[in-house]
Design a protein around this ligand. Structure first.
Ligand code: NAD
Length: 781
């Protein structure tokens, strides 16, 4: 029986600190160690410290601690996670290693230093402890030479991507000695506990993702010259239209840092024998010059692009001057943008006859041939290769999936006509009469990895309309899948939800609410609200809000359990739906928030009410409780439109309850939510619709008004924000009623609705909505 509860991370640099923070996010105890400095810095000298002082010896890890505590670094789910980490140094604290179940080495990329460290620590490790290295490419077999015989069996590479919290990919590379059962255990552990997408790679330079990703970047860098394209043209062509990140290539290089990309390319070039590959990895001299001159991209604010005020300028590599960015105009690109599926987009672009088509064919052809030529050298599994590119480089589809989309036979014929040598796995596929690398996937409801998308595409539809579907998930559980434009709550969604609930109440044990978009749900149908407001259709807005409130109440008081499965953004209406479900099974990366104030509104679908209820769930019957701190907290949450930074943060803010559950691996979310539904069906919760809610009344409202007045007078909020805050405060306090009154839910819903409709009539609210629709950002007016 293997188990991991405590982990040591050695090295507290960029990766070590990121890995340690993520392990703590996952609830593991962590020990973070780094070297003790050999010299005092100026600060330490001024303080009169010596090299033996703890503050000096732990300087590096304490710096890492500060970086973790800095909210902007986004390393931790919540500040409290840091309490799970012990900080120490590699001289005084090696004894701590005796307790750990896993050591992750993340020190500088230097074989000698890594080996010396293994020799130094191995005597401290438990006899069943695992040890792994985060090396980007040093041979795992060479590194394992430094370990004793027993540890060799339990040693492997765990190659995390930066930032470890957010990048899904984890490449695991066993050595020739690693025991298969350990590899199996670690794969499951890293998938389930750390939420990673694990691929198993072989002991070759750059493993899978960097080997293909950097080659592909190199190809584009070289090919733009052959095809006479500018950086902005290449970016427009190599972004979302071909299933790559929307930045395209050169903007992406600016983001990751030109020095980082060049460093990996140079490393690969040195370690790879193949001459053709070396040529592509040899980046043009102007890129090397960019790195030497400090044109590193975003971190030095100079790269392929540069921002000057509102203008974006583009580098002219011949002179190192910048010129204004030009609008990219290609007919083929416009056509591709209109296409609905990636397959149609690719077919339009890759087989196009003009300049964009020729360029993309050249890039994609060479990427595919290169990748197929690496099987089985880097991996035996085309699925692992595809996943590595999707999870490590954010490609929408992997190379083999892409090949299927452009047609394997058709493209291979074209390649042959151009005199290319076709790699054996492609010939084998075509000679066997198959047309695709992947056979059409059948939905397996027993699999732990079920996506809402696959449910919608292939599942058994119970009922549906254009914006949502109810799918049979087996075992008498249904899944509501939202697929409205921009994942917003439209009239169609509201109407459908009622139908879905009555179907589930009749024929199912319960329901999950999920979505197929990048985000769970980003709010209400704002264009509709704005148009109705401009046309002064107050009854229409009133009815809209009332319908949405009724929908959320139907969710809350359904006779069958309804489990929300939110992920990514769950804003406004998305948050309100989640808050009304029997329980939430949220993905760890959850950015939930009642953000209505940004568009001059307040949560009107029951969000204000639910926040109030959740904050006093366990104290409702206690008359003596002082509501002030609870209501003040909710008031701040709504008036600042607070958005959680993670699932645990959402619990801290109060959007979720402590009984709500987290899932680290998004792929497992629906499978787990289904089990939650079944559990709740067997163990129903008492859901008393008549339970009253305590509100602060006039007294508390007066206090809130006083504090917002101070904020306004102090210049912290605008006159309109002051007005908005008072409206929100009014609803949160239950309006003009005696202090400490008990009210029912409908009373609060009516207050919410009245305030919402009245705000829609305000010019400044309409301006806020319009600004949001135009720019995607809130307006402070
Ligand atoms: P870094 O330079 O930020 O950190 C290196 C750490 O090694 C520092 O904490 C340093 O104090 C420590 N160190 C230096 N000399 C040491 C010694 N003699 N003994 C023990 N520790 C020593 O580097 P990083 O980017 O965090 O990289 C760490 C490892 O992760 C490397 O193997 C690197 O190849 C790999 N990696 C990096 C990235 C990335 O994007 N940076 C991604 C994946 C893997």
């Amino acid at each position: 029986m293997y188990y991991i509860r405590k982990v040591a991370v050695l090295g507290s640099g960029l990766m070590g600190a990121g890995i340690a923070a993520h392990l703590a996010n996952c609830g593991l105890e962590v020990i973070l160690l780094d070297i003790a400095p050999k010299e005092l810095n100026e600060d330490e000298k001024k303080k009169g410290l010596t090299l033996n002082h703890k503050e000096v010896k732990n300087r590096l890890v304490l710096n890492a601690r500060e970086r973790m505590k800095d909210k902007k670094s986004m390393l931790l789910y919540t500040g409290e996670n840091i309490d799970l980490i012990k900080f120490g140094n590699l001289e005084d604290d090696l004894e701590l290693l005796r307790e750990v179940d896993w050591v992750i080495e993340a020190v500088v990329e230097n074989e000698k230093i890594k080996k010396e460290l293994y020799e130094k620590i191995q005597m401290y490790l438990k006899e069943d402890a695992f040890i792994s290295t985060n090396t980007s490419g040093i041979s795992v077999n060479s590194l394992s030479e430094a370990l004793n015989k027993e540890l060799k069996d339990r040693f492997f590479v765990t190659h995390f991507f930066n930032p470890p919290r957010h990048m899904k990919l984890l490449e695991i590379i066993p050595s020739n000695h690693t025991k298969p059962e350990i590899l199996e255990y670690m794969t499951l552990f890293c998938e389930n506990k750390l939420g990673k997408g694990v691929v198993i790679a072989k002991d070759t330079p750059g493993f899978i993702a960097n080997r293909i990703g950097i080659y592909s970047l190199g190809l584009i860098i070289h090919k733009i010259y052959q095809h006479n394209l500018t950086f902005e043209e290449a970016d427009a062509l190599t972004g979302t239209e071909i299933g790559r990140p929307k930045t395209g290539t050169f903007r992406l290089l600016d983001m990751i840092g030109n020095d980082t990309a060049l460093f990996v390319a140079e490393y690969l070039k040195e370690n790879i024998k193949e001459l053709k590959e070396k040529e592509i990895l040899n980046f043009p001299s102007y890129i090397k010059e960019m790195v030497n001159k400090g044109y590193l991209g975003d971190k030095t604010k100079l790269g392929f692009y540069k921002k000057e005020g509102k203008d974006i300028l583009v580098l002219e590599p011949e002179t190192f001057n910048y010129r204004p960015k030009k609008k990219v105009e290609f007919i083929e690109l416009e056509e591709a943008k209109k296409a609905k599926t990636l397959k149609e987009k690719l077919q339009t672009l890759v087989y196009g006859e003009g300049k964009p088509g020729n360029f993309l064919w050249d890039v994609i052809k060479n990427t595919l041939l290169f990748t197929a030529g690496l099987v089985p050298e880097i991996s035996d599994s085309i699925k692992d290769i595809d996943n590595a590119m999707k999870w490590g480089f954010n490609w929408e589809v992997g190379p083999f999936e892409l090949w299927d989309l452009i047609g394997v036979r058709k493209s291979t014929e074209k390649m042959k006509m151009e005199g290319e040598t076709i790699p054996p796995i492609v010939n084998e596929l075509l000679n066997s009469g198959k047309e695709q690398f992947y056979s059409d996937k059948k939905l397996d409801l027993n699999s732990k990895n079920i996506s809402a998308n696959s449910l919608k595409e292939q599942g058994k539809v119970i009922i549906n309309n254009d914006h949502a579907s109810l799918i049979d998930m087996g075992d008498n559980v249904a899944c509501f899948v939202l697929h409205s434009p921009n994942s917003s709550v439209t009239g169609e969604v509201v109407e459908f939800t009622h139908k879905a609930i009555s179907e589930v109440e009749k024929n199912y044990k319960g329901m999950i609410i999920s979505s197929i978009g990048k985000n769970f749900c980003v709010g209400a149908n704002l264009p509709f609200i704005l148009n109705s407001a401009r046309e002064k259709k107050w009854d229409t807005i009133d009815e809209l809000v009332s319908d949405f409130q009724n929908m959320n109440m139907a969710i809350k008081y359904s006779s069958k359990p309804i489990v929300a499965a939110p992920y990514g953004m769950a804003l406004g209406a998305g948050a309100e739906i989640t808050m009304h479900c029997s329980q939430a099974r949220s993905f760890a990366e959850l950015y939930i928030g009642l953000v209505e104030v940004g568009v001059g509104l307040l949560p009107g679908g029951g969000g204000t009410k639910e926040l109030l209820i959740k904050s006093q769930e366990n104290i409702n019957d206690n008359k003596n409780i002082d509501l002030t701190p609870l209501v003040l907290k909710n008031f701040e949450t709504i008036t600042t439109g607070k958005v959680s930074k993670s699932e645990p943060d959402a619990k801290k803010i109060g959007y979720l309850r402590s009984m709500d559950k987290i899932i680290m691996n998004k792929d497992r979310q629906l499978f787990t939510a289904k089990n939650d539904v079944l559990h709740l069906f067997e163990n129903p919760k008492n859901n008393n619709r008549n339970k009253k809610i305590r509100v602060g009344g006039e007294g508390l409202y007066a206090l809130l008004k006083y504090s917002t007045y101070q904020m306004y007078k102090g210049g912290f909020i605008t006159e309109y924000e002051h007005y908005l805050a008072n409206k929100i405060g009014y609803v949160l306090c239950g309006g003009n009623i005696p202090n400490n009154s008990m009210v029912d839910e409908q009373y609060l819903l009516d207050l919410e609705r009245e305030a919402f409709v009245s705000l829609c009539g305000e010019q400044k609210t309409q301006e806020r909505i319009e600004h949001m629709l135009k720019t995607g950002r809130p307006l402070r007016n």
